[in-house]
Design a protein around this ligand. Structure first.
Ligand code: MRU
Length: 367
């Protein structure tokens, strides 16, 4: 996607085995800051401290983290250590484990002297594959938006609600939930996006609103609790969200608050779609509610809110008494019964074991 007219991905190789470029997403929307990762530790910190975030981008960054480490020390011990260090950064997005397992199985079979080049090459491929998957998700999702447009009067706006940031910043490019939206907008469909602010880190306000604005997609920011009201009043034609981990049975774990949007959509007959590359499916998990580890983050994210002052300085302010006890669950699970369909790179399917197995028989049968 373009930023100030220049094409960007959210992560890009700079010098083979030495440096990787990323955007420090903690600075958006106030500043656009590029950062160079040079070591395994840099990659781990960038994921843990959320300079990069979003399930597919976490996976791609981990792959590059392994590649940086292989250039320093390609031994088995170093490969295992890189896997552990990166895997410990964040618990919920399955793309992290997926990318690390992919890198390890590709590298562990090779002689040491070939590992650095192969790791760099494979990390680039993982990034490119993510872009291709998301572009394909966009094409499949576009058909769903077109179907909804066909039910409306010509010239009517199609209102789409999204939660958190499942945009190009959360992937390597295109985004998952935003890819159908970008495809529809690029094709000239009159789309408008309701953007949930997504407390406490405000990925909707800071990232999704910024992305859509850069691309010229009409959108409106709203507080997290407003979605249900909009749906009750016919102001949402469909919801599209991303996911950090989808079970083999179609349960969807995504940013906290997704479940409440799905409930409101169900109650109001609004289609609720989840867009995902297959790297986000955890084929080993059957019951999303019981088996997916939900990240619990520090309470300071709830107590303190950061923003730009009228003078252009970025400042933090506390919004509750200093002694207030705090809770900060970062994700929730939406049971498959509330998901209208999953949009994947291979097509649209029911959020169920049968639906997923129909599109990915080789994976479903292997587990
Ligand atoms: O905590 P974050 O910002 O990493 O959470 C991101 C999300 O919840 C996204 O919706 C999800 O990773 C899907 S990204 C295509």
């Amino acid at each position: 996607m373009k930023v100030h007219g220049k094409a960007y991905r959210s992560i890009w190789p700079l010098e083979a085995g030495k440096t990787v470029g990323i955007i420090d997403q903690t600075c958006l929307p106030h500043r656009f800051v590029e950062v160079e990762l040079r070591t395994l530790e840099d990659a781990a910190v960038s994921i843990k401290d959320m300079w990069v975030r979003g399930a597919p981008l976490i996976g791609a960054t981990a792959a590059f983290g392994v590649a940086l480490e292989m250039a320093r020390d390609p031994s088995d011990a170093s490969l295992d250590n890189a896997w552990e260090v990166l895997h410990a950064t964040r618990p919920t997005a399955i793309n992290l484990r997926w990318a690390l397992n992919d890198m390890r199985s590709c590298l562990s079979q090779l002689p040491l002297e070939q590992r650095a080049d192969a790791a760099w090459q494979r990390a680039i491929e993982i990034s490119d594959e993510d872009v291709a998957c998301n572009e394909s998700i966009g094409k499949h999702g576009l058909k769903l938006i077109e179907e909804i447009a066909a039910q409306k009067s010509p010239g009517d706006t199609i209102n789409i609600l999204t939660h958190c940031n499942a945009g190009w910043l959360a992937t390597v490019d295109w985004g998952t939930a935003t890819s159908p939206i970008y495809h529809a907008h690029n094709k000239g469909l009159k789309v408008h996006v309701w953007v949930d602010e997504t407390r406490p880190r405000n990925q909707g306000a800071g990232l999704t609103a910024w992305e859509l604005g850069e691309h010229g997609v009409p959108h409106t920011l709203l507080v997290d609790n407003a979605g249900g009201h909009l749906m009750q009043h016919g102001m949402v034609d469909l919801c599209i969200v991303g996911t950090d981990r989808t079970t083999a049975h179609g349960d969807v774990c995504n940013k906290i608050g997704t479940y409440l949007k799905a409930l409101a959509a169900h109650d109001n007959g609004v289609p609720f779609y989840v867009a995902l590359p297959s790297s986000t499916i955890d084929w080993t998990v059957a019951d999303g509610l019981k088996e997916i580890p939900i990240e619990e983050r520090g309470g300071e994210e709830v107590a303190w809110i950061s923003g730009e002052t009228a003078a252009g300085d970025v400042e933090k302010v506390r919004i509750c008494p200093p002694e207030t006890p705090l809770s900060n669950f970062a994700f929730d699970v939406t049971p498959s019964k509330y998901v209208t369909a999953l949009i994947t790179e291979r097509g649209v399917c029911a959020a169920s074991k049968v639906g997923l197995a129909g599109l990915f028989p080789e994976r479903a049968n292997a587990t």
